[in-house]
Design a binder for this molecule. Structure first.
Ligand code: ADP
Ligand code: TYD
Length: 205
């Protein structure tokens, strides 16, 4: 089973992924956890380039770099884990590209879709939890993080960008209601976790 978590930066998706991981492990599932971009040596190197404030990157180059990181991760980690019947938990996947590069950077959505299908080889999550929080709330959460860091290149994209990204996620979710679960992220983390667990119990039967 392949499960992804989506949301704007600071929405709380990594927190929820960690809680779900523990819940699944306690039930005996073998789990592989990955983050995007990253999780392999090559994809972590591409992540550094993408998030560094040292240089600007044009939107299409950004799209192709995220896609290159993804295809390497799918080929070397995600697909093999799914073939071993393990559960893959992914902190961001292809919907991040549609939301950030498609809606956020306003690239042609058909070109983004083409890139996404090349990068994934058709490997798609069966469930995607979209943790929905407004921009202001996400900003506050990042500010009060236990170890706050300087905003990276993506995080410097500004309010309008992140509002387009959030609206983009809602549009993608609306178009794929079988796969997407929209979770109200402006709740206590345990309540969000309980909602996610309820969905998982339904799907696992
Ligand atoms: P993301 O992976 O989406 O960037 P994180 O899980 O790292 O988000 O959370 C961002 C910050 O918000 C962290 O400081 C985390 O402790 C805090 N946080 C996570 N979930 C909640 C929540 N439900 N309510 C308040 N703060 C939260
Ligand atoms: P990450 O550090 O995981 O985000 P967060 O701050 O939410 O923990 O993600 C790296 C950044 O890359 C984040 O700003 C979202 C962005 N991104 C894209 O723009 N396109 C993509 O395809 C992916 C996977 C991430």
């Amino acid at each position: 089973m392949f499960i992804s978590f989506e949301g704007i930066d600071g929405s709380g998706k990594s927190t929820q992924l960690g809680l779900l991981r523990t819940w699944l492990e306690q039930r005996g599932y073998r789990i592989v956890t990955v983050r995007e971009p990253g999780a392999t040596h090559l994809s972590e190197s591409i992540r550094e380039i993408l998030l560094s404030n040292k240089q600007s990157i044009t939107p299409t180059a950004e799209l192709l770099l995220f896609s290159a990181a993804r295809t390497h991760l799918v080929e070397t980690v995600i697909r093999p884990a799914l073939e071993r019947s393990e559960v893959v938990l992914c902190d961001r996947f292809v919907d991040s590209t549609t939301a950030y590069q498609g809606y956020g950077r306003q690239l042609d959505l058909r070109e983004v879709d083409l890139c996404n299908s090349l990068a994934t080889h058709g490997v798609m999550p069966s469930v995607t939890f979209f943790i929905d929080v407004p921009y202001e709330e996400a900003q506050l959460r990042m500010q009060f993080h236990a170890s706050p860091t300087e905003p990276d290149r993506m995080e410097r994209s500004g309010r309008d960008f992140f509002e387009r990204v959030r609206d983009g996620y809602l549009a993608i979710a609306e178009g794929d209601p079988q796969r997407f679960v929209i979770v109200n992220g402006v709740q206590d983390r345990d309540r969000i976790h309980a909602e996610i667990v309820a969905h998982m119990e339904e799907r696992l039967g």
